[in-house]
Ligand binder design. Structure first.
Ligand SMILES: Cc1ncc(COP(=O)(O)O)c(C=O)c1O
Length: 439
């Protein structure tokens, strides 16, 4: 009898994320054996161009020599130490550098591992802050329609995606949702900024009534990723910041997907000229190497916990909080940003991506709302084929590109190492896969 293949062993022993496992009866898993720059190489030697940065985490390519070297050096120095009662150079340097990137406005970094944990931390810190100030009734949250902030039970309270939330409704203390400033819903003659003002008016109506019970507004700045790369005007963030100030409500910026240069500035909030009270980072911050997340916050928040009383402290922890290897990968990532002037190089890359997509998809009969913000581009496809996303994904693999639509939205979020021919290959692969998926 032949031994089971890797795929058979995987299906028998690994419960894959975000997957109806039964679908793998007809859609094979892809066994990846190696990564190299923007390429993933499968067991048959097939090369796949990673057009979505492996779930939006990879910034500088797979097996990046500079990040690898930093990790090797760290491995021989210190792999891990608990962060309660102890500290180490990588976590201190990373915190200092991130604080500097905010102009010292967000000078206190609290660490965890996954994005959802960062969301949980920001929510808990906000509520605990108000409690420490003698306002425990401020314990509710508000988020945007279509918001996604992770899938742990606390994060689901501010995640408005039915398929992720409905089955767990009995566990979740759902927050309120207010309209998204989604630029696609503009009425004739209305600009994206007009839509933002309309959505902000709805937020104001909510806060007028509920501010006394509301701890925080949480947003994905500029792009609501899991909703299908919903893009909106920075005006919304400016108005939301002003409303949060007026109604004494925290603003939490979940930059887990949009931070680290993804939208064109290092932090997406910079494009609105505002700073949140809490800023969540994960995904790209470790270059896509290791689970690392963190929440940056202000002196005011930190100060509200600083006391002789343990009950006023933020008694939250994860075993791998501030892991030295992950922090070292993050430092190497920040080095590359500085040394290679990545934000400037990405402006050219993003422009080329926009041109290529425009050439292939502008005016396409099935394409709607072609849109872009920095290194994220997307369009919606008018089709009622229920298997569209799956069939596009499979056809993309056949054409050498890894693109994984969200519903009927096709999006591009490549690592910051793709060159012009690779961008063209991505656009061509998408055009070929679209033809197959619509046929
Ligand atoms: C905006 C946003 N917040 C939170 C998360 C959750 O991060 P993680 O999957 O690491 O828990 C994600 C993941 O896609 C995200 O896009």
């Amino acid at each position: 009898m032949r031994p089971p293949s890797l795929l058979e062993r995987s299906l028998a022993s690994v419960w894959h994320p975000c997957t109806q496992m039964k679908q793998h009866e007809t859609l094979p898993l892809v066994p990846i054996v190696r990564g190299e720059g923007p390429w993933l190489i499968d067991a048959d030697g097939r090369r796949l161009l990673d057009g979505i940065s492996s779930w939006w985490v990879n910034l500088f390519g797979h097996c990046n020599p500079r990040i690898n070297a930093a990790l090797r050096a760290q491995l021989d120095t210190l792999e891990h130490v608990m962060l309660a009662g102890f500290t180490h150079e990588p976590v201190v340097r990373l915190s200092e550098r991130l604080a500097a990137l905010t102009g010292a406005r967000l000078g206190h970094a609290f660490y965890a591992s996954d994005g959802a944990s960062a969301t949980e931390i920001a929510l808990k810190m906000s509520v605990h802050y108000w409690r420490n100030l003698g306002e425990p009734e401020k314990s509710r949250f508000v988020s945007l329609a279509g918001s996604y902030h992770g899938e742990t039970v606390g994060a689901l309270a501010v995640t408005d995606v039915a398929i992720f939330r409905d089955a767990y409704a009995p566990l979740v203390r759902a927050g309120a949702t207010v309209p998204s400033p989604d630029a696609r819903v503009s009425a004739p003659g209305e600009s994206a900024a007009d839509v933002a003002r309309r959505a902000a008016a709805a937020l104001e109506a909510h806060l007028t009534e509920h501010h006394a019970q509301t701890a925080a507004l949480i947003v994905e700045p500029l792009v609501q990723g899991a909703a299908g790369m919903v893009m909106y005007d920075p005006e919304y963030l400016r108005l939301a910041r002003a409303l949060c100030d007026r109604y004494r409500v925290h603003l939490i910026a979940d930059e887990i997907a949009v931070g680290c240069g993804r939208t064109g500035s290092f932090f997406a909030c910079e494009q609105a000229g505002i700073w949140p009270d809490f800023l969540c980072l994960s995904k790209g911050i470790s270059g896509g190497y290791l689970p690392l997340s963190l929440v940056l916050t202000t002196d005011a928040v930190f100060g509200a916990f600083y006391d002789d009383s343990a009950a006023r402290a933020f008694l939250h922890s994860h075993s791998y909080t501030g892991n030295p290897l992950a922090c070292r990968a993050a430092l190497a990532t920040l080095d590359i940003f500085e040394q290679d002037d990545v934000l400037a190089a990405n402006r050219d890359r993003a422009q080329r991506l926009g041109e290529l997509l425009g050439e292939r998809f502008d005016g396409h009969a099935a394409v709607r709302h072609l849109r872009q913000r920095g290194m994220i581009a997307a369009f919606d496809v008018a089709t009622d084929r229920p298997d569209f996303a799956r069939s596009f994904f499979a056809a993309g693999l056949e054409h050498g590109v890894l693109l994984r639509p969200i519903g009927n939205t096709i999006y591009f979020m490549p690592p910051y190492v793709v060159d012009a021919p690779q961008l063209a290959q991505l656009a061509d692969g998408a055009a070929a896969a679209l033809a197959v998926a619509l046929a």
